[in-house]
Design a protein around this ligand. Structure first.
Ligand SMILES: CC(=O)SCCNC(=O)CCNC(=O)[C@H](O)C(C)(C)COP(=O)(O)OP(=O)(O)OC[C@H]1O[C@@H](n2cnc3c(N)ncnc32)[C@H](O)[C@@H]1OP(=O)(O)O
Ligand SMILES: N[C@@H](CCO)C(=O)O
Length: 413
């Protein structure tokens, strides 16, 4: 394994892999520094607030929403971005659904205050596999999110942030809100609804909730029903956030010092990030190499620890902890088969032509879960496999492979 794997990593053409031990960033560098709870520049809510970064975001009010779990949101607003033009026939609309910590900014188009391109810039844009010169692409921020859509950091009718009072929302509720967005945009049926991971959960839910409104589906690195193993991992992430005293049960937005539960959120991301990468990659890439300038025998870290610290810290600086909790709970309760006679019965009701994609090294959303989706949807072809050393994150990293698969599927549609 080792030789072949190393060769594949080396041949992957990735711009950045672990630097030689002597040249990894010094401990004081942002890449080398441990999570520094008191140094966070973010306020108690790192959620987007109106006026922060208007960019090209638009908003739609989809009205009150009766929730699957019995509660009610009195007014739901979705933030979204669009690219391209809806044609006269109205048949070139594509809905792109982000994963847990994504947002509406999918393409490489620059936006104010964000140095990095959107999260699927290689897949969506002018001349890209989902060609915005041809398709009208719509990407909403999910219900419960923190990038402009109604979520726990939004202001409730009493003028205070929802915080701990934000109700449980299910994947079905999120899709109900997105149906409101489609209505508002005058889109009767989507040529394609595409998403990965948590976004893929909504893709499947679209197919089962509104089969007449989707002609094509692409469900990538996802599952029709959250497994016990996934719930277990999500549970530990929730526990990490909730154990942070600054979480305050979810009501931290008005913390006098302006600080939120960055430490807990960072730890949750570290737990999650490990599941986003493969064991093989972490071993091959980091192994037992100490972080530059640090000695693990004197309280220092191995490079992989520093790497996880970095990813935890980075998310904690850009994301709202309550949204992380709300969306994680949403994923925990995801079950396409609920009240539909079970998963297989629900999958059988999906009429859209469906592309199912798995990442072979994914240890979070297992390829077997993709197999189940493909076996259950009448219009699904065999599972297409992304071969990757990187695990679940392969859906973000392996742009060339995914692009080719999506291009082929769109041509068939
Ligand atoms: C669909 C969605 O919703 S996606 C949401 C979008 N974004 C995210 O999820 C961001 C989280 N990041 C990731 O998941 C991944 O980084 C990806 C998938 C985006 C990219 O993967 P890769 O290109 O393989 O990046 P990788 O995992 O190697 O991380 C690179 C970072 O780790 C840092 N790093 C690498 N080694 C170390 C180390 N030893 N110590 C500290 N930091 C390190 C790099 O400096 C780099 O930092 P930067 O991102 O701030 O520039
Ligand atoms: N990087 C992805 C992984 C989960 O699919 C995210 O944070 O949304």
């Amino acid at each position: 394994m080792s030789t072949e794997h190393t060769a594949r990593v080396a041949a992957s053409g990735r711009p950045h892999r672990l630097a030689a031990p002597g040249s990894v960033p010094a401990p004081a560098d942002r890449h080398g520094a441990p999570v520094a709870p008191t140094a966070s520049p973010t306020r108690a809510s790192s959620a987007w607030r109106e006026g922060d970064d208007p960019g090209r975001r638009q908003f739609v009010d989809v009205g009150p929403l009766d929730l699957e779990g019995g509660g009610r949101l009195p007014g739901v607003r979705l933030a979204y971005e669009t690219w391209g033009t809806l044609n006269a026939a109205g048949d070139n609309a594509v809905l792109v659904l982000h994963a847990l910590t994504g947002d509406s900014h999918v393409t490489g188009e620059p936006r104010p205050g964000h140095p990095t391109p959107g999260w699927w810039a290689s897949l969506v844009g002018p001349g890209a596999p989902i060609d915005t010169d041809r398709y009208f692409v719509v990407a909403p921020n999910v219900l419960g999110g923190c990038q402009g859509s109604t979520g726990p950091s939004s202001i409730a009718p009493d003028g205070r942030p929802w915080g701990s009072r934000f109700p449980h929302v299910t994947v079905r509720d999120q899709v109900a809100a997105e149906i409101g967005l489609a209505d508002a945009l005058g889109i009767e049926s989507w040529a394609l609804v595409i998403g990965a991971s948590m976004g893929g959960q909504r893709v499947l839910e679209w197919g089962a909730t509104a089969p007449e409104r989707v002609r094509g589906l692409a469900a990538i690195a996802t599952a029709a029903q959250t497994s016990g193993d996934q719930i277990a991992s999500f549970h530990t992430q929730l526990a990490a956030v909730q154990a942070d005293p600054r979480f305050a049960g979810g009501d931290y937005y008005d913390a006098p010092d302006g600080e939120g539960p960055h430490v807990g959120l960072g730890i949750a991301r570290q737990i999650a990030h490990q599941t986003y990468r493969s064991a093989l990659e972490l071993d091959e890439r980091f192994g037992r190499i100490p972080q530059g300038g640090e000695n693990p025998f004197e309280g220092g870290r191995f490079a992989v620890q520093s790497y996880l610290d970095h990813h935890g810290d980075k998310l904690a600086r850009r994301f709202d902890a309550n949204t992380y909790v709300v969306l994680t709970r949403t994923m925990i309760t995801h079950d396409l088969g609920r009240d539909r006679g079970g998963v297989d019965a629900a999958l059988a009701t999906i009429t859209a032509k469906t592309l199912v994609v798995a990442v072979d090294s994914d240890r979070l959303f297992l390829p077997a879960q993709s197999e189940r989706i493909a076996a259950g949807i009448p219009g699904a072809g065999p599972v297409r496999t992304i071969h990757s050393d990187f695990g679940h994150d392969g859906f973000l990293i392996e742009a060339e492979q995914l692009g080719a698969i999506v291009t082929e599927f769109l041509a068939e549609l």
